[in-house]
Structures are given as C-alpha cells and as structure tokens.
Design a protein around this ligand. Structure first.
Ligand code: CTP
Length: 403
C-alpha cells in the first residue's frame, strides 16, 4: 500500500503543542505529514519544530512565490489523503464554515476535495457560543468529521468542554478515517455502544458510627480512566469510594463507602463489556460494626477483629455469562512489582493487570504514575507519565481490545 499522507493544518491556540506529538505519532506509524502553519499557530509552535518532526517543509504563506512555484495552493490542498486541523480554533472553524479564503489554511480547506477532520480547542464560552454552535452544525452538514473536544481544565483557567482531544485519540481518529470510517463513526468514538464499570478511590470500613478504616487512595487514576473511556464514546458507570473529586462529565457516578456496597453497585451496573478495578478496596473490615461509639473504659484498648472483604475484581472476573469481555485490575506494589502482578493476574482471573510502583514518594495522591501492563501475552513497561496520559493510553488500548 502506498504511504498515506496527511495535510496537517496547525491553528493558533495553546493546544498547538499537541500537534507536535501527533506529528510524531503519525510519522512513527509511517504516515506522511505535510504541515501548514497559520500565522497564529506560529505564535505557539515554531516552523522548525514542526518541520523537523514532520520531516517535510512547512507551508505558511498563500502568496509565496517560491511555494507557489514548487506546489500551488490548489495542488497542496489535494496532495494528501486527509486534511486534519489541529487545533481547530473558533476562527478556523468560522472561516471554513463560511467559505472564507483569506489565508493559506482557509484556502486549503475551501479548495480541497479530500475528507477533513477537525480537533477543536477553545475556551468553554467560545465553544458554547451560538456562533460556534452554528459553525459546527454547518461543518458537520458539509461532511467534516470531528474528534473532541474533551471536558476538563483548560490553560485559560476555566473548566468545561473545549480542551482539545489528546494526540493519541486524534491519531486513532485519523487512522480510522484513513481506513475509510465515516465522520459520524469517528465523532461517536471507538467505544460508542459499549458499557464500562470503573471502580475508584478508597473504601471506608466502619468501626463504629464515628470511626472507620481507610487508605490513602485519591481516586485520581480511576476518575481519569472513567473520563478517558467516556471521551471515546463509552457509557461509563464510575463506582467510587469517598474522594474529594467531582464526577467527570459524561460519566454516571455511584458513590459508596464500603467494599460490600462497592461490589453491590458493580453488580447492579452489569452487564458491561469492560470492567476496570482501580479502587484501593480495603482488604479487611472490622468484624462487628458497633451500633454505638466505642468508649475508653480505662482497661486495655479494645481489640479490633477483622474479617476479609469480598474481592470485587475476582468476583467480576469469575467465568460466566455476566463476565465483561475485558476485565482489568490494578496492582499497587512497593517491591517485586511485575512478579506480584503476574501472580495477581492468575489469582484474580482478570485479563490485564496494570502494575504500578508506589514505592517512589508522591505516587499515592500524586499526578504521575509509572505502570507496566501485565497480561497473558507478556509485560509492557510504560515510562513515568501523568495519570491522565496513562488513562488516555489505557482507554485506547481497551478500545482496540474490544474492537
Ligand atoms: N481489589 C478488589 N477487591 C478487593 C481487593 C482488591 O476489587 N477486595 C482489586 C483492586 O481494585 C485492584 C486489584 O484488586 O484492581 C489488586 O488490588 P491489591 O490491593 O493490589 O490486591 P490484593 O488482592 O489486596 O493483594 P495483596 O494484598 O496481596 O497485594
């Protein structure tokens, strides 16, 4: 098969830096990238970075004598299999929706006869403005495909829809379009029609009405996975122990306290295609939850008798008609990480264990994670990265496994 070629239009927004990572992913996959950098885009990434990663010349000027002599703008607009706009700013979307052609990027979008994919990125108010909504509807009616935007924190300090989709997600959308998928299929995401259960956070096991046993889990990794799965179109039920986090948009959250409540909520959410157990479930709970507060009596301190909690991951992994097709567990270990993960995979009966080394200070409750994916086919080590990146990559992997 001949090498596929992308015409990559980089617009002017903070998210433009993600176009560099996208270019790297595409080149690694053997896809040719010919960049067009808008004047505004050049305020955020340099032509040199883009050219070096794309291994191609960067086009910026509509009225450039040398560029026009080498390749006219009409020819440029037809030279690729797909035109991708990353980030698609409110301005670029407005120009494309109205057929304006005052610069090279907009002229290319007007002149091309190839499919177009846009990854919007803008402030939440701009995204929700009726003008942008009209432009989005016009572009969709014109057959333009969209990936994202995501919901989340933005560089401008606000929160909501408008954050550009992650490069790995845009990459998948591009590969899907190059393989002939339609715009609606791309917009819905690869997990559209699938259901997932994600457990997250700690559990709290009561000792008496005022005291409980718990652990240091923040819930961040589980919440990030729930959000990443939802961004791929998945119908996600997030069963969460007590955390300080707000529910990710587009995710159904069921809040629980104890391991037994967590198991019941997971079972109530079945059937599902996918279960991801990220919660740090308390292994034991006090045998008797006193109905009244335990008081000091002056004698020896009270003995705390513990009994084992149900294993949610093992229960969901048990063979049977209700077993989700893919069951993924996590293993937080301080030593012999992969050996313990292998043993856990066998003991729990799940399909993958995402093993993370929590011996380094700052992992529990922190924003970064270093993980290995352990499955029957072997071990894959990932470099230390943000929990949100781990979530995006994992969600992508899960989508591939369920495809
Ligand atoms: N898990 C669960 N229910 C439990 C205990 C653990 O669903 N009662 C899940 C966790 O969500 C995680 C995986 O099992 O996905 C591994 O959790 P971990 O605490 O590391 O494993 P344990 O079974 O407690 O094993 P060990 O104490 O030997 O490390």
């Amino acid at each position: 098969m001949a090498q596929k070629q992308i015409l990559l239009i980089v617009g002017g927004g903070v998210a433009a830096y993600k176009a560099l990572e996208l270019t790297r992913l595409l080149r690694k996959a053997g896809v040719g990238v010919r960049p067009i950098l808008t004047q505004a885009g050049a305020q955020f990434v340099t032509p040199l970075s883009l050219a070096a990663l794309a291994e191609d010349k960067v086009y910026s000027e509509l009225f450039s004598l040398t560029d026009e002599a080498e390749m006219g703008h009409i020819q440029l607009s037809r030279s690729a299999d797909l035109v991708v706009v990353v980030p698609a700013t409110a301005d670029l979307m407005a120009k494309a929706a109205h057929g304006l052609a005052g610069d090279l990027a907009s002229t290319t979008l007007l002149a091309t006869d190839k499919p177009v994919l846009m990854a919007p990125a803008m402030n939440v108010r701009m995204w929700e403005h009726p003008a942008t909504k009209r432009n989005l509807a016009t572009l969709k009616a014109d057959g333009v495909a969209f990936v994202g935007p995501d919901d989340g924190a933005m560089a401008c300090g606000e929160h909501g829809p408008g954050r550009m989709a992650e490069p790995a997600v845009i990459f998948e959308a591009i590969m899907g379009m190059l393989a002939g998928k339609s715009a609606p299929a791309i917009a819905q995401g690869p997990l559209a029609g699938r259901r997932a259960i994600v457990t997250a956070g700690p559990t709290a096991e009561p000792i008496d009405p005022v005291r409980y046993l718990t652990n240091r889990s923040s819930g961040k990794q589980g919440y990030a996975i729930a959000e990443a799965l939802a961004a791929l179109g998945c119908d996600v039920t997030l069963v969460s122990g007590p955390t300080a986090l707000s529910a990710p948009t587009g995710v159904k959250r069921v809040q629980v306290e104890t391991a037994r409540q967590m198991l019941a909520a997971c079972q109530a959410a079945l059937p599902a295609d996918l279960a991801v157990c990220v919660a740090a479930v308390a292994d034991w709970r006090p045998a008797d939850e006193g109905a009244v507060k335990i008081k000091k009596t002056g004698d020896a301190p009270p003995a705390l008798k513990l009994v084992e909690n149900p294993d949610i991951l093992a229960t969901l992994s048990a063979p049977g008609p209700a077993r989700p097709r893919l069951v993924v567990g996590f293993a937080a270990e301080t030593n012999d990480v992969e050996a313990y993960a292998q043993a856990k995979l066998a003991r729990k009966g799940c399909d993958w264990i995402v093993a993370n080394d929590v011996s380094a200070p700052g992992v529990m409750g922190g924003d970064d994670n270093t993980v290995s994916i352990v499955s029957a086919t072997g071990v894959e080590r990932w470099d230390k990265t943000a929990k949100s990146d781990v979530a995006t990559r994992l969600a992508q992997r899960m989508a591939e496994a369920l495809a």
